[in-house]
Structure formats: C-alpha cells, structure tokens
Design a protein. Structure first.
Length: 193
C-alpha cells in the first residue's frame, strides 16, 4: 500500500474520533499530519500538537493558507539531490555523542537504536544539531522549521521539544542532548557523555 506524503484530516469524523485516528497514524507512521479543526483555544492547539499533529488549521480557513502549510511541510521533508562532489553539507551525517542523524534519510539513532520522530520533531532536532552549542529561541526555531511564525504559537515548540526529549531518552534536568537555556531557548550540547 502506498504511503501518503501528507495527511489532511478533520477532527470531526463519523464513527471515529479524530484524536483516535491521529494516535493511530502516529503509532504506525511519521507521515506529517495537518489537522482541520473548529477548536481554536490554546489548550486545544497544544493538545493537537501533543497528540502528534505537525500543524493545524482552524475553521473557517482559506484554501491558499492550507495549501501553503502543506507545501511547507513537504518542503521540509524533501531531500536534496546528491551533487557530484558527494553530499551537500546539509545532508551529511551528524554525530553528537550517541546521537546520529541522517538528514538525507531523515533517520535518527541513539546509541545505535532507531528513534521514530514526527516531521516537526526531526526538523527541530536537525536545526539545532547542525549548530551544536548555539542557542535557538522559540521564534527562531519556528522560523527555521515552520516558516510561518505568524500562524503558530511559539509555545508549541516547547511541546515538540518535550516529545523530542522523551523519544531521545533525554532528561530535561540532566540533559544528554537537548539543553534548555532559561529565558533564551534550546540548544544541542556540543559534547555529550
């Protein structure tokens, strides 16, 4: 069966809750998911992001906005062609301690074990991992990952970072990979134990 490049789903589905379908998709694939919803409170948005949505569009929405969000997700997922001189810098493997990232394959391992990340989690990780030690503010991460900062709550980054840490087996209080810099943002540690 062919896998879709992106899933656009409404939360209000007949016979099945949108949350249940989103969980099913997240449990079985890392396909990006855009959720259409009439719910627009901050709590609802955070729950969607925590539930595995990569993006959301509140109703009523304009078709051009939905198309722009889908294109942005697909752009972030696309890989660059290999050049004659080998892989471009943005596709070379990244190794930081036990963390290995293959941008071209969009694969991550920790101590040799594969880690399944959502599109946003991977994009946040790769944005920071390409510049270890550099502190990224929420808005800066949104700009590099989402590209549509005016449509996304910067606090959503915190949700994705929390999920990313959990999947990497990282502890926020004694981070191995992702550090919080109070009042400034997040960074990947230069060296890890």
């Amino acid at each position: 069966m062919a896998r879709p490049d992106v899933v656009v789903m409404d939360l209000m589905l007949p016979g099945l809750s949108g949350q249940a379908l989103l969980k099913h998709i997240r449990d079985s694939a890392s396909t990006p998911v855009v959720v259409l919803t009439a719910r627009d409170s901050d709590i609802d948005k955070v729950q969607l992001l925590e539930g595995g949505a990569d993006d959301y569009v509140t109703k009523p929405f304009s078709p051009p906005e939905l198309i722009a969000r889908i294109r942005a997700l697909l752009r972030r997922m696309s890989t660059h062609e290999v050049t004659a001189g080998g892989l471009p810098d943005d596709e070379r493997m990244i190794h930081i301690g036990g963390l290995s990232i293959s941008p071209a394959e969009r694969e991550v391992t920790v101590d040799g074990s594969p880690v399944d990340l959502t599109t946003r989690e991977f994009d946040l990780l790769i944005a920071m991992a390409r510049r270890p030690g550099v502190v990224f503010g929420r808005e800066q991460l949104l700009a590099s990952v989402v590209g549509l900062t005016e449509y996304v709550d910067p606090r959503g980054v915190d949700v994705h970072v929390r999920h990313l840490r959990a999947k990497l087996g990282d502890d926020a209080h004694r981070p191995r990979f992702v550090e919080t810099v109070r009042g400034a943002g997040y960074r990947i540690k230069k060296s890890t134990q």
